[in-house]
Design a protein around this ligand. Sequence first.
Ligand SMILES: NC(=O)c1ccc[n+]([C@@H]2O[C@H](COP(=O)([O-])OP(=O)(O)OC[C@H]3O[C@@H](n4cnc5c(N)ncnc54)[C@H](O)[C@@H]3O)[C@@H](O)[C@H]2O)c1
Length: 360
Amino acid sequence: MHVFTSAESQDSTAHEQVVFCQDRQTGLKAIIGIYSTALGPALGGTRFFPYASEEDALRDVLDLSRGMAYKNAVAGLDLGGGKAVIWGDPERIKTEPLLRAYGRFVQSLGGRYYTACDVGTYVADMDVVARETRYVTGRSREHGGAGDSSILTAWGVFQGMRAAAEHTWGAPTLAGRRVGVSGLGKVGRVLVRHLLDDGAKVVATDVSEKAVEFVRQAYPQVDIVPDTTTLITSDIDVYAPCALGGALDDDTVPALRAKVVVGAANNQLAHPGIEKLLADRGVLYAPDYVVNAGGVIQVADEIEGFNFERAKLRASRIYETTRDILRLADADGVPPAVAADHLAERRMAEVGRLRSIHLN
Ligand SMILES: NC(=O)c1ccc[n+]([C@@H]2O[C@H](COP(=O)([O-])OP(=O)(O)OC[C@H]3O[C@@H](n4cnc5c(N)ncnc54)[C@H](O)[C@@H]3O)[C@@H](O)[C@H]2O)c1
């Protein structure tokens, strides 16, 4: 049995297995990181990205796979944490043979790792990978897959936001609140719809004119502001980072007007210690990996044979999970990000230990 300690959770070398895969002909260079299989097979997407060096690719896969172990544990899934990176420019080198070569390496792990989409890989790519391996999720609906995971990611973020609103203002609704959404991509634009349906006022921004135009057309009542700095310094109650990582740093946190931060982006805290800065300023931060687990819940459901209603029900529980973590944080006198880590570590240790009960 492996008991996780807080110190170890900060250590990105505590992984079970790291596999380097290479196929010269197709140009495939991939690294699969398995942080933990204490709760079940490791599940996490494949990032296809032109890293500057192999060291950068390795660091990313180690961080991302550890993050998935925590996300899957808190989401209550019977899945461990893993992630893969393919090192290269997807625009230039992504081909059917490369994806299939990658699929064969995933298959070679015999189900210790299930892959899915991430930055640079799409549902159609998973359909190709699936021609070589059974251990893939996030395929298209036509192939029995869960399809676009941003649908339940947005739903889960909305549920987390309701829990944070209840914790802060006493009622699980955003009605009458001003919510600032930065990033109007696949997740952000669906979140905007949930917020408007709930009676919130939405202020939004995106660097892409196309993304802004989509929201302008679909929801003319949304206030568009020119950039994220304007958004976070405007009169908003909730800030929802839905663009890239590192949204909360030493500059943005002191400038925040919102009392609550809940968003879809992964790795929102730019460095350790930011969670304390937020707490000291009286800002309630619902941990990113707790509220954005709807996507992994959606693709995990595919392993049993995808059922949207079942997956949505499970993603709805992000409301209770967030509420419990916020209460636990208050009770223990720690920031919610720390409380969430403790919960994940406890589940990995306590449920993972049960494998020591021998079964024939
Ligand atoms: N899609 C999912 O299922 C899922 C699941 C978990 C976490 N996430 C995370 O949520 C975030 C959004 O995911 P997505 O699928 O919507 O991605 P996306 O690429 O569809 O959308 C991201 C949007 O952010 C915009 N953007 C980039 N830089 C910006 C900036 N500086 N200011 C404002 N906008 C900016 C982009 O133009 C784009 O429209 C990412 O961090 C992703 O890792 C997504």
